[in-house]
Design a protein around this ligand. Structure first.
Ligand code: 9J3
Ligand code: ZN
Length: 263
């Protein structure tokens, strides 16, 4: 880690390093049985194998309505290999609503940092949340109730609550232009616009994408998620170059909104 930022991990990034299918860290994984925990449905922890670089920030990720951790599993090794402990969870039931998913994300963070076999590998002051669909709605709920979180990323999020002025957590809202389940006009766009204007926030609308695009490996989701988590969980300004100036529309980006520079 550099002397000026004790939290930075891994080599200086490039566009190709954040687009790659894996980062610089070899990844191990361990399964957490639903029978051994309470408040959520168990899951899988993905973490850098080596302890040579000290502790890492951590992220918990919730699946969407009717879905399991398998639906977001690709993010586990993809993000962990960049230098995070990543916990993809199952929910208590697949029908749980966003408010419940938000509480489950927080229960999973508490388990991860206080009880799990990898707790000593984690810096418990640097935590984030992500989720797909109702898990994205839960991501916003979790950040609303625990304002100490450092990063939040709802992926094609769904929630009946459209307004999030209470958040203090840097938030990257990811929507999909062809989403007919959680249309961006009714979900991701109002979520983003309702966040405080003073907050570090961004809106990434995927081009040629659907509600279920976050369920398989996606380089655009990965590169901006990695950049957001690095910038705000690790305070790693080496990643600011990928976020500011704002990314321009492209084959994979329908639209990108945000406030730059990040502070
Ligand atoms: O988690 C989701 O995919 C939420 C979208 C949904 O099916 O909402 C209908 C109630
Ligand atoms: Zn609200």
């Amino acid at each position: 880690a550099a002397a000026d930022n004790p939290y930075e991990r891994g080599p200086a990034p490039s566009n190709s390093s954040i687009e790659a299918s894996r980062g610089s860290y070899a990844v191990s994984q361990t399964s957490v049985s639903s029978l051994s925990v309470s408040g959520f449905g168990g899951g899988t922890v993905y973490y850098p194998t080596s302890t040579a670089d000290g502790t890492f920030g951590a992220v918990v990720i919730s699946p969407g309505f009717t879905a399991y951790q398998s639906s977001i599993a690709w993010l586990g090794p993809r993000l962990a290999s960049q230098g995070f402990v990543v916990f993809t969870i199952d929910t208590n039931t697949t029908l749980d609503q966003p408010d419940s998913r938000g509480r489950q994300l927080l229960s999973a963070l508490d388990y991860l940092t206080q009880s799990s076999s990898v707790r000593n590998r984690i810096d418990s002051s640097r935590l984030g949340v992500m989720g797909h669909s109702m898990g994205g709605g839960g991501t916003l709920e979790a950040a609303k109730s625990r304002t100490s979180l450092k990063a939040a990323i709802p992926l094609t999020g769904w929630n009946t609550d459209k307004t999030w002025p209470e958040l203090k957590t840097p938030t990257l809202v990811v929507g999909a232009d062809g989403d007919t389940v959680a249309s961006v006009s009714s979900h991701s766009e109002p979520f983003y616009e309702s966040l405080p204007s003073s907050l570090n926030k961004a809106y990434l609308e995927l081009n040629g994408a659907t509600h279920f695009t976050p369920n398989t490996s996606n380089t655009t989701i990965a590169k901006y998620s990695i950049s957001w988590l690095k910038r705000f969980i690790d305070n790693d300004t080496r990643y600011e170059q990928f976020l500011c100036p704002l990314p321009r529309p492209s084959l994979t980006i329908e639209e990108y909104r945000g406030n730059c520079p990040h502070t």
